[in-house]
Structure formats: C-alpha cells, structure tokens
Design a protein around this ligand. Structure first.
Ligand code: FD5
Length: 207
C-alpha cells in the first residue's frame, strides 16, 4: 500500500498541521504493515501557479511543438499527477489561511485536476477517475468553524477539499481537525486532544 504524505504549512517548525500529518502517517504505517510512504512538502517545493503554459497540458500538443515553458510545466504536472494516482492513501496537511487552503496546496490541486486523468465528462455528467483512494485531511485553524452554521458557511477549507476530492472520485475523505488554536491555551489543548481522537478514528476506519 502506498501512502502519500503532503504538507503545505508555511510555518515550518511552528506548524500544527505538520505535527498532525506526521502522527497520521506514522499511525497508518503502524496499522498497515508494508505501507510505503512518499513525502511531498509543498511549502519547500511549491508547484508553479497554474498558468497559460500549464494549460498546454490539455491541448495534447506534440512534444516538438511545445515551448520550453510548456515542456517544463508539463513535466511538473505529469510528476505530481502520477504521484497522486499511485497513492492508495493521501494524508494532506491543510491549514486555514484567509478562510481557505494555502496557495501552495491550491497549486497542487490545479496540477492534479486534469480531464482524462482524474475526471472526465460523460453523457451522465462529470465522473471522477481517482476512485478507491482514502484521503485524510489534517485541518488546522485559529478560529472555530465546525460548531455553528455561520462558521460552516464561512470556511472554504474542509468544504472545498471535500468537494474537489469528491469531484476527482475520492468519496472517502476523513477529517482530522484542530480548530480554535488561536483562542487561548485551554482551547488549543482541547483542539489537539480532539485531533488525536480524530486521528485514531481516521486510521482505524475500514474503507
Ligand atoms: P499550521 N485562522 C483562522 O481561523 N482564519 C484565517 O483566515 N488565516 C493566515 C495566515 C496564518 C494563519 C505563528 C491561523 C487563520 N490562521 O500552519 C491558522 O489557521 O500548520 C493556524 O495558525 O500551523 C493553523 O495552526 C486564518 C495553521 O496551521 C491565517 C497567513 C499564518 C492563519 C478567519 O479564519 C503562529 C505565526 C502566525 C500565526 C500563528 C497566526 C495565527 C496563529 C498562530 S508561529 S493562531 N492566527 N507565525 O509563530 N497568524 O509560526 O507559531 O492559530 O490563531 O494562534 N508568523 N492567525 C489568524 C510568522 O502568523 C487567526 C484568526 C484569524 C485570522 C488569522 C511571522 C513572521 C515570520 C515567521 C512566522 S480570523 S518571519 O480573524 O478568525 C479569520 O520569520 O519573520 C518571516
């Protein structure tokens, strides 16, 4: 079984989501002997923004007709896409920055969301092609959003990730959440303890 461990926090050694993804990946490997872990640090190695050169991926141009920028971009897309497709389990560190995910994580999603590879349009509508994977999201945030309707309406982090992974065919998205991290010491301690419980549940759940 292959596990892809992804971090996107820009806070390096101060990051909370990095602590959570590390624990999730370690516990998963413990409980599933033979797990091969690949690691992707999107803050250390950020994919380029999905731009005009990146769009050439969709045009199926002959290799010889690509510009240098398009060729480099295609190689980046191919590498990230294949890495995602070969994973059975994807652990994603996803802090909330400005109500949504870090730009580095969005740049990765833009690379892996490719028609013909991870989704396609059919007569019956869009169909996700990355089926059978488990995605575990380590969600961290300064405020608390899960406990009120208003909070849920304002957060575009977990809800966005569930939507986009669902669109790609991943129906099993598990959330490990530490929220209220900026609301004082007691709230932070409670958040970390809730995330530890979520981790156990996410790792133990049978697909
Ligand atoms: P991980 N939380 C929210 O609830 N909302 C946000 O929109 N945006 C944007 C940024 C950052 C944090 C350090 C908090 C937000 N947060 O990276 C973030 O989700 O894995 C959590 O910190 O740790 C989470 O743990 C929102 C991230 O996961 C954000 C750009 C950075 C944001 C509505 O919703 C600790 C530094 C910070 C911190 C921080 C910071 C916040 C918090 C902790 S440090 S806390 N809160 N370093 O020192 N901005 O590295 O440990 O979790 O609330 O306690 N900075 N921010 C916040 C640094 O910046 C909270 C609420 C709201 C808005 C913002 C600076 C310079 C340097 C290095 C580090 S909201 S340097 O008004 O409720 C909006 O070395 O000089 C280059």
């Amino acid at each position: 079984m292959k596990l892809l461990h992804i971090d996107s926090s820009i806070l390096a050694g101060f990051s909370t989501s990095r602590i959570l993804t590390k624990a999730i990946a370690a516990q998963w490997a413990d409980q599933h002997p033979g797990t091969e872990v690949e690691y992707l640090d999107l803050a250390a190695r950020q994919p380029a923004h999905f731009d005009q050169a990146a769009m050439s991926y969709r045009a199926n141009k002959a290799e010889a007709d690509l510009t240098d920028a398009e060729r480099a971009s295609k190689a980046e897309t191919d590498a990230l896409l294949q890495q995602f497709l070969r994973a059975d389990v994807v652990v994603v560190g996803a802090p909330m920055y400005n109500f949504t995910i870090p730009t580095q994580l969005k740049a990765w999603i833009d690379r892996i969301a490719q028609p013909g590879h991870t989704f396609r349009y059919s007569a019956a509508g869009p169909e996700g092609l990355a089926k059978g994977k488990v995605v575990i999201v380590a969600s961290t945030r300064g405020g608390a959003y899960s406990t009120s309707d208003m909070g849920q309406a304002m957060e575009h982090q977990e809800s966005y990730l569930k939507t986009v992974f669902g669109f790609l065919g991943v129906t099993d998205v598990r959330i490990v959440r530490a929220e209220g991290l900026g609301m004082g010491d007691a709230a932070r301690t409670a958040a970390l303890s809730a995330a530890a419980n979520d981790t156990q549940a996410a790792v133990a759940k049978v697909a």
